[in-house]
Design a protein around this ligand. Structure first.
Ligand SMILES: *Cc1c(COP(=O)(O)O)cnc(C)c1O
Length: 464
């Protein structure tokens, strides 16, 4: 036995690796075959139940055997929540990333240059200035945390990093349809989730900007300190886009930080046809979005973009003696770890770089535009159906609808999933559980909408 953890028999390991690569490629080439989702078989669950291995030497067949048992988001008829499908390109990038095993905290090495290039591309996407900053993060939840902490510290003065924030009275605003990560972030940052005011929405599920102005005035009158507005570009329930330009006007007038949660919707910037829907995003102080949703980068990859790069740095930088800048490998400050809470960071830059380089923004915009068309198509099918009706306007890529007997909605969704035909999810609108179809998948085709609706209809007939 060798005394490292490297293989004793490299040729055998090479053969094992090639076989697993082939299994992975087979899985991706056949992504549209088989059930969308299927439960993990009891046999595999039993194999997993093993004591902590002491001696090792076990076979890794599980790595191939588990391939069909993901959430299903690689399949064209995965419509649940907001999941991207990923690409085979991501497999290539992850092979390189695993072999490099780079820690992207900072320092001067190849992967850092790739991340810097990705940051530059995002500036370009959103037409942000050269002194804006950005960080690749795990997802929009983490992007929200980084943005909100920067906003909070900028408002209170960066000394609050040492002195804390007792009794600061900070309050922020977002719509009642905003993602739960915003309230969670208010909680994490010690502001309290109740300090995030949930402003009512209009019939289009967009923030009511008159109600927003009244809430700000009421909080000021109560002696509190408004500091933050989070607009949403693409709400998770219905895909609504807040009136970002009006939010930017209000933020400017009131001296508030404007953040845009654009987890999937901000990526409309890549489409000439859809970009006008985001008018105002170019005035945001910060934007959070995901590469792993509509841009189809493999999990996980999100991004936070901050207009004032100096403030972003001031909110997170920390330089203990063992992380000082030096020559050679220790060069290149500021490092990514000075822009967020994580020190060790995985190499997400390669897969983002590979996705843009291989597919280009044109093809990525094409995915977005096709998904929006599919949503419109499904909406028309439902509008013309005697047995289903829309539960919310379809403004983007999310279709919420209901059977004429709404009591069946939950079971229709579960039965569609169990049968492997499709995987929509549910949400609650106006107190009623509805069927929710989200389209952020480059593999989905128009006919999948017909298959879905017919499947739902067949199940409803069976259930009634
Ligand atoms: C998905 C989503 C989030 C959270 O993003 P993660 O990448 O899952 O952390 C936030 N906001 C909206 C609108 C989302 O759709």
């Amino acid at each position: 036995m060798s005394d490292t953890l490297d293989p004793d028999d490299w040729p055998a390991f090479r053969a094992e690796a090639h076989a697993l690569l082939d299994a992975a490629l087979d899985r991706l080439q056949g992504a549209g075959e088989g059930p969308v989702w299927q439960p993990l078989p009891d046999g595999i669950k039993a194999r997993l139940r093993a004591p902590l291995p002491h001696d090792g030497g076990g076979d890794l067949d599980l790595l191939a055997d588990i391939l069909p048992y993901g959430p299903g988001n690689t399949h064209p008829r995965f419509f649940g929540w907001v999941h991207g499908a990923g690409t085979p390109t991501g497999l290539l990038a992850d092979i390189a990333a695993a072999a490099m095993n780079a820690n992207l905290c900072g320092r001067d090495h190849g992967a850092i240059y790739v991340e810097k290039q990705v940051v530059q591309w995002v500036r370009e996407m959103f037409a942000f200035p050269p002194d804006s900053s950005g960080l690749i993060v795990s997802g929009t939840s983490m992007a929200t945390l980084v943005a909100l902490k920067t906003a909070r510290d900028a408002r209170l003065g960066f000394d609050c990093r040492k002195t804390g924030i007792p009794g600061a009275g900070l309050v922020g605003y977002t719509s009642a349809q905003s993602h739960s990560c915003l309230a969670r972030t208010f909680d994490i940052l010690g502001l309290g989730s109740e300090a995030l005011r949930l402003i009512p929405v209009n019939d289009a599920f967009e923030m009511d900007t008159d109600a927003l102005q009244k809430a700000i005035a009421a909080d000021r009158a109560a002696g509190l300190t408004p500091f933050f507005i989070a607009g949403t570009a693409g709400t998770v329930n219905t895909g609504a886009i807040d009136d970002l330009d009006t939010l930017a006007d209000i933020a400017t007038r009131e001296g508030l930080w404007l953040h845009v949660d654009g987890a999937f919707g901000a990526t409309l910037v890549l489409s000439d046809h859809l970009r006008p829907r985001l008018l105002g995003i170019e005035r945001a102080d910060s934007v959070g979005f995901d590469f792993h949703k509509w841009l189809q980068v493999n999990y996980d990859a999100g991004f936070v973009l901050v207009r004032n790069g100096a403030q972003h740095l001031a909110a997170f930088t920390q330089t203990p003696e063992y992380l000082q800048e030096g020559r050679a490998l220790a060069a290149g400050k500021p490092w990514p770890q000075e822009y967020g809470p994580e020190l060790s960071r995985t190499n997400r830059a390669l897969k983002i770089w590979a996705q843009f380089t291989r597919h280009g923004t044109g093809a990525l915009a094409g995915v977005i535009e096709r998904n929006v068309e599919q949503a419109q198509y499904l909406a028309r099918l439902i509008e013309g159906a005697p047995d289903f009706h829309l539960s919310a306007p379809v403004s983007l890529n999310i279709v919420c609808f209901s059977h004429e007997n709404p009591a069946l909605n939950t079971d229709i969704v579960a039965e569609l999933q169990l049968g492997g035909l499709a995987a929509p999810s549910t949400t609650v609108l106006g107190g009623q559980t509805v069927i929710r179809v989200n389209l952020t998948n480059h593999r989905t085709r128009l006919e999948d909408m017909d298959i879905l609706l017919q499947g739902a209809r067949d199940i409803a007939a069976r259930l009634s």
